[in-house]
Design a protein around this ligand. Structure first.
Ligand SMILES: NC(=O)c1ccc[n+]([C@@H]2O[C@H](COP(=O)([O-])OP(=O)(O)OC[C@H]3O[C@@H](n4cnc5c(N)ncnc54)[C@H](O)[C@@H]3O)[C@@H](O)[C@H]2O)c1
Length: 294
């Protein structure tokens, strides 16, 4: 008996990179996987690899940010495979530029593929799950979304991507609150991996000695996706994890860190007088918080 036997999963952007690895891992643990991508050849390659390993998968080509196509993808899983239990939102791309150089198109494309491209599949999925739950179907349902450290810490040159990825975390928490009573969990991963997006990055290069642990192989993130999709993680909800290089970090986000109070409205002068107290512990050289080192 495998961890995900009998489960039906959709993985978006599963034609390459992290999405392909998630699809392979979910299938290896018994799930039937709908492999979504825009790229037909990539999706076919993933389906072929799953089938060759004895798993079950088919492809669904379409853009995650196309509202109707996202609905058709969910419908495809239900009609072709009989149900839908796991949605892994992963598809996306970057269009980096400093904010002063960024075009409207670069901003719109990235917000569209990540933020709407997460929301559209989730909207159609949770609509179905809510109806199922109301009809007495109490099966476990799982959403695993994909953010980035850019969405957590705000990377320079990625205002479009960081905003969309930050929005994905907030949206996930909101949907987790809305759907908890229907047996749904919604968690978020921020992977660090060598893929098409990061192929040039110095930190992402494979080890010189192939016998060494390949720290940034995209498959290193996939066991976390399998675990979050399984019954073993039924109690895990609304959480964000950074994952890669043998490290899994659970993030605490947006919690109070400094506070001053009075029984009335503050004046700017009073705020100046109490600013040291409000900002205690903050290094003024760093605009926000630093990413964990690994
Ligand atoms: N690689 C990293 O280190 C890293 C870090 C943080 C976050 N991420 C995120 O991980 C996810 C996967 O990225 P990756 O690194 O594997 O890159 P990738 O380019 O290898 O994979 C992305 C896939 O999404 C597909 N895609 C793009 N637009 C689509 C659309 N509209 N509809 C359907 N599919 C679409 C692409 O064809 C591609 O196959 C992305 O959300 C990315 O932002 C990656």
């Amino acid at each position: 008996m495998s961890l995900l036997d009998g489960r039906i999963a959709i993985v978006t952007g599963a034609g390459s990179g992290l999405g392909r690895e998630h699809a392979l891992a979910l299938a290896a643990h018994g799930a039937t996987v709908v492999v979504n991508d825009l790229d037909e050849a990539g999706a076919a390659e993933t389906v072929k690899a799953i089938t060759a390993a004895g798993g079950h998968a088919d492809a669904f080509i379409g853009s995650v940010s196309d509202w109707d196509r996202a609905g058709a993808m969910v419908q495809h899983a239900i009609e072709t495979h009989g149900d839908l239990h796991i949605l892994v939102n992963n598809a996306g791309f970057t269009r980096d530029a400093m904010s002063f150089s960024m075009t409207e198109e670069q901003f719109d494309q990235v917000v569209n593929v990540h933020l709407k491209g997460h929301f559209a599949p989730m909207h159609h999925t949770v609509t179905y799950w809510r109806n199922q739950a109301k009809a007495g179907d109490e099966q476990a349902r799982r959403i695993i979304n994909t953010t980035s450290e850019s969405g957590l810490f705000g990377g320079a040159g990625q205002t479009n991507y960081g905003a969309a990825k930050g929005g994905i975390i907030t949206m996930s928490i909101a949907i987790a609150r809305e759907t908890q009573k229907y047996g749904v969990t919604v968690n978020v991963i921020a992977p660090r991996a060598r893929t098409g997006i990061t192929a040039e990055a110095h930190w992402a290069q494979p080890p010189e000695d192939p016998a060494e642990f390949d720290r940034f192989h995209p498959g290193n993130a996939s066991p976390l996706v399998v675990w979050l999709a399984s019954d073993d993680a039924a109690h895990v909800n609304g959480q964000t994890f950074i994952v890669g290089s043998g490290v899994v970090v659970r993030m605490k986000r947006h919690s109070a860190i400094g506070e001053i109070r009075k029984d009335g409205r503050w004046t700017p002068e009073e705020l100046t007088a109490r600013a040291d107290e409000l900002l205690a512990g903050w290094d003024p050289g760093v605009p926000a918080f630093e990413a964990p080192q690994f």
